[in-house]
Design a protein around this ligand. Structure first.
Ligand code: ANZ
Ligand code: ZN
Length: 821
């Protein structure tokens, strides 16, 4: 007899990858006669190498795609590259490489790495966001948004390094110092481009109702907080000395009688006029300078609340009382109106400020504890509030705003924490913003026949300018498209979050190269049925993409409100309890592992070791365990083929045949259930492993026995193929099958057989049947007893009674004998 065939994963994996490829097994084309399933994983940044976090993300997406394909869906499963961005530029500066060449080389390498994992992508739909085509389409979308008034320019601060003479991204600022030369980073104001995401604030909030069923609550909460809708009031305080007024935003108009000072953001336009010519002027100017150097986090953290008196006073509109005006570093100019009516008795921050600067407090909400130790921020009736005394404070909010409104001193408002999205980057390796500045005509969009604006080559990346592109005269100097006079091309590029906001639309219409987004193809493929990615994208990426989708809807490109129906946020990959990362030095290299065990083993381990949403601790022995399991699977086919080949031995089937048949159907049911509505891969895989346990010692050679073993083998390969597709294809062919397992239908189970190893357990009280439940056969006596006592119906009948004894008949009934107390 010849040696049984060996599990040669190197050969097997390479062979099936090229077979799938040759057969276009994962090519997705619109087909109105079939239901589609769009499975999407967040696209990687082409940093150079894939890491375990990628492997996990893509193994999850692949298992889902393969499962849904076998379930009969027309599955769209694409992959691409989020390819613009800073690391390419940093590599260029550090190693003197061309960012473009560096990026494409990385894409090339990482594509091979992904292909080595056998992921079921339609590679013909691959999108690299730095490609000329993608950038061109994005520029077109930009101009359409600009025309709609969704994009505008305003002054905003950037980080500036005087040594490098360059604008720094936030990631390039470390503890307030430049990442390269450690010099102090200063703020500089520049005209910049903004997307008017705030115009969609209400929709972004309200449409979350459509996501409640499919998104993790945690992500929805983070988005809700980020949007931060609050109801409040704007109240006008006059400043007679300079004949001006200040409008404050407050969520607590009920505390107006308790306002004992006002605090303004140091950037407030009135800050300097309030101190002009006063003794305080020098201090105020120095304070403003100091705060300018602080970042937002320092300004709003608990320790460093600071302020300065301006020398001026405002009048409380409700009672004419004079209150001093301070500047406070914790007041932010871009929230509300940049001005706060400070109520130290009922706001803890104001309380601490008042203590520090010896400002009086007035209690206006009654409480039992008073304000000796801290501000009272709870509910209560109004006191020290004139005509409003005695009113519950919730009701007083409205009453006071109404009173102010009659004198035009206040109105109810809605405020959002969400800010417009600043997309200007003073960087080279990004998509150029396609406009031209003309001294006569202002901002002029680049005409469509001049699109796209391409990046020039060989650009100096640090130097004497705000943006690298500004150092290239051939790029900058153009004729104004409107009047023909010499004009300047915009030199800012777009934030990379712009590209990742609409790439999934592009995947779905990649074959149409005439338009950024093909509406017909959107109608078929959108929305994404399952999106998978890291929790770190809970806010920015997912919010920006939702915003973009709504804008594209309003531009007529898509017909739905939301891009991603369901979201799965996968956990991190840990080693030694810490996230795998280069800086910690605890990374496991996927390539080395694949070379040693094959990618099926790596995929199996990452899917089996933890539920997808949970963190996964990397354990070498777990990987070896996964490898051993594949060996056992292999042997079911190759160790003793007589278990399923040839005619039966003529014996009557044993009880084991029936048992295996039941186990088989129960397993198909369990795996199917575990992948429907949610993706509990670990339990699905565990169920398949149990089936292998039952099959391994199976010895019945009757014709029924061989038949059942045969059925079990085929079904087992099908249910394991979403996780370990290569070995399953190989064994499928070894069984004599000629089809591709990847496109075989998912196995069905016989409901009766599937539940045959369960039975109806009966609960009795004093011999009377009170309840029945379906349970698995073979549970221990104490387990059955516990279930009886936990049953609600049973509890009704034993409440207040004394338990005399409990009779347990395994696999049948539990009878509780009771008597009155
Ligand atoms: C008076 C007051 C009394 C306030 C009181 C609170 C409690 P949220 O709920 O987060 O929206 N505020 C307003 N604009 C601000 C700014 N630009 N920078 C810092 N703080 C600002 O917070 C709204 C409250 O934060 C407002 O209500 C205001 O203080 C303060 F017992 O007004 B309140
Ligand atoms: Zn012009």
């Amino acid at each position: 007899m010849s040696e049984p065939k060996k599990y040669d994963f190197q050969r097997i994996e390479a062979e099936w990858q090229s077979t799938w490829n040759a057969n276009n097994a994962f090519r997705a084309l619109p087909d109105p006669s079939r239901q589609k399933f769009y499975c999407l994983e967040m696209l990687p940044y082409p940093s150079g190498n894939i890491h375990m976090g990628h492997v996990r993300n893509y193994a999850i997406g692949d298992a889902i795609s393969r499962f849904q394909r076998m379930r009969g869906f027309n599955v769209l499963h694409p992959m691409g590259w989020d390819a613009f961005g800073l690391p390419a530029e940093n590599a260029a500066i550090a190693h003197n490489r061309d960012p473009e060449e560096w990026t494409w080389a990385n894409i090339q390498h990482m594509r091979q790495q992904l292909q080595r994992l056998g992921l079921s992508y339609d590679w013909e739909r691959e999108v690299a966001t730095c490609s000329e085509e993608y950038a061109a389409f994005e520029q077109r979308l930009f101009l359409e948004m600009y025309e709609k008034g969704l994009i505008y320019r305003k002054k905003a601060e950037v980080n500036w390094c005087d040594e490098c003479k360059t604008v720094l991204a936030n990631e390039q600022v470390e503890d307030g110092l430049c990442w390269r030369d450690k010099s102090v980073v200063v703020k500089k104001e520049l005209e910049q481009w903004f997307f008017r995401i705030t115009a969609y604030a209400d929709q972004l909030l309200d449409d979350m109702a459509q996501l409640e069923a499919g998104w993790p609550e945690r992500v929805l909460t983070q988005q809700r907080n980020w949007i931060g809708k609050s109801f409040g009031a704007e109240i006008i305080f006059d400043i007679p000395a300079i004949q001006q007024s200040v409008t404050v935003f407050t969520t607590r108009p009920d505390t107006l009688f308790g306002a004992t000072f006002m605090s303004l953001a140091p950037e407030h336009p009135l800050a300097l006029s309030l101190c002009r010519g006063k003794a305080e002027e020098g201090d105020v100017v120095a304070f403003i300078e100091k705060v300018r150097k602080q970042d937002k986090i320092t300004r709003t953290n608990d320790r460093e609340k600071e302020g300065v008196f301006t020398g001026s006073y405002a009048l409380n509109p409700i009672n004419g009382r004079e209150i001093p005006i301070y500047l406070g570093n914790f007041v932010l100019m871009d929230y509300g109106t940049g001005a706060v009516m400070a109520v130290p008795a009922h706001d803890q921050r104001d309380y601490e400020f008042a203590v520090k600067y010896a400002i009086p407090m007035i209690e206006v909400i009654e409480s039992e504890v008073g304000i000796a130790d801290a501000a009272w921020t709870g509910e209560g009736k109004l006191i020290n509030s004139g005509a409003f005394d005695g009113m519950p404070n919730e009701a007083a909010k409205e009453a006071i705003v109404t009173a102010l409104a009659t004198n035009n001193k206040g109105k109810a408002t809605i405020n959002f924490r969400l800010k417009d999205w600043g997309i200007s980057r003073q960087r080279y390796w990004g998509n150029p913003i396609p406009v031209i500045h003309c001294t006569d005509c202002g901002v002029v969009p680049v005409p469509s026949d001049h699109l796209p604006v391409s990046l020039p080559k060989g650009v100096k990346l640090i130097g004497a300018n705000e943006s690298p592109l500004a150092t290239v005269p051939e790029f900058v100097n153009v004729a104004c498209p409107a009047c023909g006079k010499p004009a300047r091309r915009e030199t800012d590029t777009m934030d990379t979050f712009v590209q990742s906001s609409w790439y999934y639309h592009r995947y779905a219409c990649q074959e149409d190269t005439t338009t950024p987004i093909n509406r017909q193809m959107m109608n078929y493929w959108m929305d994404v049925d399952q999106y998978i990615g890291g929790i770190e994208h809970a806010v920015m990426h997912l919010l920006y993409a939702r915003f973009f989708h709504k804008v594209l809807r309003d531009l007529g490109y898509v017909g739905t409100d939301e891009p991603f129906r369901r979201l799965l946020t996968q956990g991190m990959v840990l080693l030694g309890g810490r996230k795998m990362s280069k800086s910690v030095g605890n990374v496991v290299d996927p390539d080395a592992l694949i070379a040693r065990f094959g990618c099926d083993t790596v995929r199996l381990f990452t899917l089996f070791a933890a539920p997808p949403e949970k963190d996964l601790e990397w354990v070498e022995s777990g990987v070896e365990g996964a490898y051993r399991f594949l060996g056992r699977l292999w042997r079911l086919v190759h160790e003793d083929p007589q278990r399923y080949l040839g005619a039966g031995d003529g014996n009557t089937p044993s009880a084991a045949v029936r048992e295996l048949e039941q186990k088989l159907h129960a397993t198909i049911k369990k795996v199917t259930d575990n992948m429907t509505g949610h993706y509990h891969f670990n339990t699905a895989i565990a169920a398949a492993m149990e089936l292998v346990n039952v099959m391994t010692p199976f010895e019945d050679r009757s014709s029924d026995g061989k038949q059942v073993y045969n059925d079990a083998l085929r079904a087992l390969l099908k249910i394991l193929s979403p996780f370990v597709p290569h070995i399953c294809e190989e064994l499928w062919r070894d069984l004599g099958e000629t089809t591709l397992l990847a496109v075989e239908p998912w196995p069905v189970f016989d409901a009766l057989l599937a539940t045959a190893d369960t039975y109806e357990l009966v609960f009795q009280v004093n011999g009377k049947v009170r309840a029945k439940v379906d349970v698995e056969r073979g549970l221990a006596r104490d387990m059955l007893e516990q279930m009886a006592f936990a049953n609600e119906r049973v509890q009704e009948f034993i409440k207040g009674m004394t338990i005399v004894r409990v009779v347990v008949v395994p696999d049948k009934l539990v009878n509780i004998v009771v008597k009155p107390q």
